[in-house]
Design a protein around this ligand. Structure first.
Ligand SMILES: Cc1ncc(COP(=O)(O)O)c(C=O)c1O
Length: 381
């Protein structure tokens, strides 16, 4: 058995459907479509929780991954592909002069925090957003109080909260998600720089949800943030396990003064996927197509919210990832389950993501199915 039903919290059936029933397990995905264990086909806007930006089973990614598997996938020496992908990342991601690869987003942000602690000789960390399950940012059962005491959560776009940060414990890093439900305000971006500078802390931008999806420059380029370190994940591997901490060589050198290492950080299947992702996003039209699909999707969600205010109370997010807010938790579960019955997997109360595979025709069907689901729940209210 699997305690808690599955190893990925956001894929639990109660997270997806609440008290309602919906599909439990899947067998296959392609483009923006998914097949469940009973062979039923769905359109999807969850996109593996944003891990996929080019669409499931993207042909070029699949070809590269198959080749990497045939070439052995892993071995005793670091692969040529590791150095090549690092070079290619440096060429497209602003400030990614040096790179360390890891397998999960949580690991890569933890590596950034470790590097910041080595660079500054301090222990404290302020953070804003979700950065994975590891101890440094989680205030949950099982995390030693001594670790929690080093962590200061800060609310997004709350300049006063940054101003109020204390120097006890002295901060090694301020770690932020660049977008939480809305874009960062210019005042917040300025305050991040001012606070990190004043406190002598590194500014770490966690671009795990935003990297590539917002174009090769990510959120830092879009919103004019000047980070010390940037963390990449999710769309970087288009569903294959790879994440990275990046920054100037002068800071990243600190990775050699501590211990950051993982046996499979240098397998080359996920590196092969990442190389294709970088190549794809080097083409302007890929990022542009995702942005266009996002605008169509976000406008559709806004229309649904405007037409059914008794059920859907609003829309949060930016075009590339957004969601409907609902009257209450039970209503959101009812809508998600009604959408699944109609053949749409839609995330309630958390981000939905468009991808390169979401063409206009697919988006129109998705929005029609979602509106039907919302209307059905409205009837029951
Ligand atoms: C912004 C952000 N940082 C870190 C993580 C953790 O990544 P992972 O689940 O790959 O460990 C996530 C996952 O949702 C995320 O959205």
């Amino acid at each position: 058995m699997i305690p808690g039903e599955t190893s990925t919290g956001s894929k639990r059936s109660d997270a997806l459907w609440g008290a309602y029933d919906g599909p439990r397990r899947m067998t296959r995905s392609n483009g923006c479509r998914v097949w469940d264990e009973h062979g039923r086909e769905y359109l999807d806007t969850i996109m593996a929780l944003g891990a996929v930006g080019l669409g499931y089973a993207h042909p070029a990614v699949t070809r590269a991954v198959e080749r990497a598997v045939r070439e052995g996938g892993v071995g005793p020496l670091p692969p040529v592909a590791e150095a090549r992908v690092a070079e290619r990342l440096a060429a497209v991601v602003p400030g990614a002069e040096a790179v360390r690869f890891l397998k999960t987003g949580a690991e890569a942000v933890a590596a950034a925090v470790r590097i910041a602690r080595v660079v500054t000789g301090r222990d404290g960390v302020a953070s804003c957003g979700y950065h994975g399950w590891l101890d440094w940012s989680q205030e949950v059962e099982g995390v030693p109080r001594a670790v929690t005491a080093l962590h200061r959560p800060v609310r997004f776009n709350d300049v006063a909260a940054l101003d109020a940060l204390s120097a006890d414990p002295p901060l090694a890093a301020i770690v932020v998600e660049p977008v939480i439900d809305e874009p960062p305000t210019p005042g917040w971006v300025a305050a991040l720089h001012e606070t990190a500078g004043r406190m002598g802390a590194l500014l770490v931008v966690d671009e795990i949800k935003t990297c590539f999806r917002l174009g090769p420059g990510g959120a830092v380029a879009r919103y004019g943030i000047r980070p010390d370190l940037v963390v990449l994940g999710k769309a970087l591997g288009n569903g294959f396990p790879i994440a990275a901490v990046t920054g100037p060589a002068s800071l990243m050198e600190a990775a050699t003064k501590t211990w950051i290492s993982s046996t499979l950080a240098t397998e080359f299947v996920a590196l092969a996927a990442a190389e294709v992702v970088i190549e794809q996003f080097e083409r302007r039209d890929v990022g542009d197509a995702i942005a266009r699909a996002g605008v169509r999707f976000l406008n559709g969600l806004r229309n649904i919210a405007a037409a059914h205010p008794a059920v859907a109370t609003g829309v949060r997010g930016i075009p590339e990832f957004c969601y409907l807010t609902f009257r209450d938790e039970a209503t959101s579960g009812a809508v998600a389950a009604a959408a699944a019955t109609r053949g749409l997997l839609f995330k309630r109360d958390a981000y939905n993501f468009v991808s390169l595979a979401h063409d206009d025709a697919a988006l129109d069907v998705i929005l029609t199915l979602l509106e039907e689901a919302v209307a059905e729940v409205e009837q029951r209210c």
